[in-house]
Design a protein around this ligand. Sequence first.
Ligand code: NAD
Length: 254
Amino acid sequence: MGKHGLNGKSVLVTGAAAGIGRAAALAFAREGARVAVADVDVAGGEETVALVEQHGGRAFFIRCDIAQAAQVESMVAHVVERHGRLDCAFNNAGIEIEHLPLAESDEATFDRIMSVNVKGVWLCMKHEIRQMLKQGGGAIVNTASVAGLVGAPLQPIYAASKHAVVGLTRTAAAEYGKAGIRINAVCPGIIRTPMLERALEREPRREKSIVKVHPIGRLGEAEEIANAALWLCSDNASFVTGHQLAVDGGLTAI
Ligand code: NAD
């Protein structure tokens, strides 16, 4: 089953109650993987599990706020208890904020974004890597953003958080390469997900201009990011580590 060699693998996806994470949970399950669907959103997470099962796949839900150390530790323990190991982790949960120039942004927002987008990804990697060291290898993909590669006007804190995800990815890839753990980041352009819908509700006139920044002439779909995560997790990417894969319709090419 599947062309990525992921049949029977134990996979953890965070932020899997919606958007890119849900698309990834469905894609991994379609490849025959056993998927742990993690999120703070219980209803959305259970809906993702139901969707996977409707398509004949295997998944279960774990409620976890990735910004809470104890919850992340027990999330990874829960996956290992259930599946015996953790082969692949897609650390995808993240949050965005209202668009504001740097001088107008506030401390509470800074702390909130950093605690989920940076501390959350760091905590997930820490506990996943500990497990992968025990079992002799694995693959991790973190969701950064094009805002982790270039500046993002009006999103200074978000951009800083995603540059930090790239820094964690590169450094951990260097630290754990010899241990058989590959660690990469996927950097989406602007993708049609509930996150984008919320941003467009705040500023409906932005849609035309955000399409324009993609040379491909449209926005991305969650499945297009899921496909990149699938490939990076698979043995087809066996010599790829410490990489930031832009899946952005050419946004960062110009
Ligand atoms: P989304 O808001 O549609 O879905 C994100 C999911 O993460 C939600 O289910 C939410 O409940 C969950 N989540 C949020 N905080 C959490 C926490 N503390 N612990 C556990 N789960 C939590 O967003 P999306 O568009 O699917 O984004 C997924 C990732 O992709 C994010 O890291 C985002 O920054 C990144 N990204 C999105 C876009 C885009 O245009 N949509 C572009 C670049 C990068």
